[in-house]
Design a protein around this ligand. Sequence first.
Ligand SMILES: NC(=O)c1ccc[n+]([C@@H]2O[C@H](COP(=O)([O-])OP(=O)(O)OC[C@H]3O[C@@H](n4cnc5c(N)ncnc54)[C@H](O)[C@@H]3O)[C@@H](O)[C@H]2O)c1
Length: 265
Amino acid sequence: MKTIAFLGCGTLAAIIAEGIKNDLSGHYSITAVCDIREEAAKKLAAECGCQPFTDIEEMLKTGPDMVVEAAAGSVLKENAAAILKSGADLVPLSVGAFADPGFYGELSSLAEENGRTVHVPSGAIGGFDLMGAGMAAGCLSASVVTEKPPKALMNSPWFKGSPDDTEEREVFSGTALEAIEKFPKNVNVAVALGIATVGPDRARVSIRSVPGLPRNRHTITLDGNFGHAAVTIEAAPSSNPSSSSLAAYSVLALLKKLASPIQIG
Ligand SMILES: NC(=O)c1ccc[n+]([C@@H]2O[C@H](COP(=O)([O-])OP(=O)(O)OC[C@H]3O[C@@H](n4cnc5c(N)ncnc54)[C@H](O)[C@@H]3O)[C@@H](O)[C@H]2O)c1
């Protein structure tokens, strides 16, 4: 039985915690949760029957085997080293933080030095098996078109629209790295594509505002020596319009895979 702690007790953490309790309780036990909002930590802790924390250092003293980060990119950056040094593996959801090559390199070294692993879940997209195979074949180019309703883009400083917009339009075009500054809360998918393939500085991203779109849509295109692939994911939003609940389910799938003697994909 592995012990799991949560850093961030918001929308996605609640879905993951419920999935662990319902389907994975034979393999994992949630032993601690942490959120800067005390009421959020207490609520999730009550649902999981574990201890709430508002201070991550205190939470890490409980010695979890694994920490699921479901807070924000800045929180991941601030706390990843402490998590790995405490002896826990890390499952980060705020993958946008990996666009910083310094952070990516530091995390990689720290994980190695401490004998830990950083398990990046597939999040709100899929196709990582294709991305890996495409990279192995060589000469890969990778891009993603992300389409969201305006209300899901409102939390980004660059977006100058309103939830009542009626016209579909492209609001950003560039690399995953360039997208960070302008759409920091909408880059997880683009950065995940980047780190799995040609790098965030070369993976291309188009972000489109599509009024009335019922589901966030991501279309990934890969071209290379292996051939051509296009993968479209239409993910239902969670109660947080910026986050697809698929991202939470991808953590449950990852945990299930880690506990399984047969690895598929
Ligand atoms: N990888 C992906 O494809 C993908 C998809 C969707 C969302 N995400 C990311 O997952 C993360 C969680 O998303 P969500 O929808 O659950 O967000 P949310 O806003 O519902 O929850 C985030 C929680 O983190 C807490 N928090 C903030 N700062 C903290 C700190 N310093 N210490 C502890 N807790 C802190 C907040 O109080 C909040 O309760 C976000 O960073 C989001 O961008 C990733």
